[in-house]
Design a protein around this ligand. Structure first.
Ligand SMILES: Nc1ncnc2c1ncn2[C@@H]1O[C@H](COP(=O)(O)OP(=O)(O)OP(=O)(O)O)[C@@H](O)[C@H]1O
Length: 300
């Protein structure tokens, strides 16, 4: 588990992290989403033990991560700027990581060659294309068999086929080994299908942290039409987040238990009542609705 409490980090007087608190449960895939400059890479670098916070704590499996080699040996990362020795090939880096990670799996390295057929393991990594470099990084990280995997914008630069491939390998690890995955992205859509928890980061703070099941079970979109024009008075107990109208048809986003909401709306005798699925993007827009920060930046 990763537990981050009230972390503050300033660079030259600028607060990049401003009291950031979040919790990543063991064996979950946690998506950290936020606009450019929100602080995603900065918090991930703290979690990897590269930065020391000005204040607050960062605990991985209950222990502070900074200058803690035992905890770091259980963690692997794919940072936004990939790390490899100047002229090292994927194979050279494999030997390096094998020395660093006691649980490094040689058999897996051989098996994953098939998953990344385009990567020439003997080529210096710096001569590979950006996408190939990412593939090489995934190949190596998966062989380290970490308990915690930290990924900063991991699929940036990968083509759609390779994105699917990489997510499927990651989800396999989560299912089989209980790996905890923390992944950042500025694109909510990218994470929608893979994460079970999502945190929204803005201006160095986590604004909202939810499990996807909680989110999806607690908010619904209904399309309604009534025999009389207009919308009848709605029960006050309904927590309506948004209403829109096209002709006689109203679309309502309502927070609460879906079954109860439908029962209450049905009591108003609509001539049409249909429940529509909400995607993650919509849920976050309505959850964050009252706030005026760059919600669009977060979800577009
Ligand atoms: N080493 C540093 N020195 C000075 N300022 C920094 C440093 N690292 C980050 N910052 C500042 O902290 C803020 C957060 O940066 P960070 O890279 O964490 O954002 P991000 O959410 O990862 O953004 P992006 O999506 O653009 O990668 C930015 O305003 C950035 O300029």
């Amino acid at each position: 588990m990763i537990q981050i409490n009230d972390v503050v980090k300033s660079f030259d007087g600028f607060r990049a992290l401003d009291g950031l608190t979040m919790k990543v449960e063991e064996g979950s895939i946690y998506g950290l989403v936020g606009p450019n400059g929100a602080g995603k890479s900065t918090i991930l670098r703290h979690i990897m033990g590269i930065y020391r916070p000005d204040s607050g704590s960062i605990l991985v499996h209950g222990q502070p991560v900074y200058e803690n080699p035992a905890i770091k040996a259980e963690m692997a990362a794919i940072p936004d700027e990939l790390y490899y020795f100047n002229s090292a090939s994927t194979r050279d880096m494999m030997k390096f990581y094998r020395g660093l990670y006691p649980q490094f799996d040689d058999k897996r390295y051989d098996a994953l060659r098939e998953a990344f057929p385009e990567v020439d393991e003997n080529q210096p990594i710096r001569r590979l294309s950006k996408g190939m470099q990412k593939q090489s990084a995934f190949w190596l990280a998966l062989c380290c068999q970490p308990k915690v995997l930290v990924l900063d914008e991991p699929v940036d630069g990968l083509d759609p086929v390779m994105r699917r491939q990489v997510w499927s390998l990651l989800m396999g690890d989560v299912a089989q080994r209980g790996t905890t995955v923390l992944v950042s992205s500025h694109n909510l859509r990218e994470l929608e299908d893979v994460c079970d928890h999502v945190g929204i980061l803005s201006h160095g703070k986590v604004l909202l942290e939810r499990s996807l099941t909680d989110l999806q079970d607690n908010i619904i979109k209904l399309q309604l039409a009534f025999s009389e024009p207009g919308l009848p008075p709605l029960p006050e107990s309904l927590n309506v987040l948004h209403t829109s109208q096209i002709g006689r048809v109203y679309t309502l986003i309502v927070r609460g238990d879906p079954t109860q909401i439908k029962e209450r709306m049905a009591a108003l005798n609509p001539i049409l009542m249909e429940m529509l699925p909400l995607n993650l993007e919509e849920i976050f827009i309505y959850e964050l609705g009252g706030e005026d920060y760059a919600v669009r930046d977060i979800v577009l």
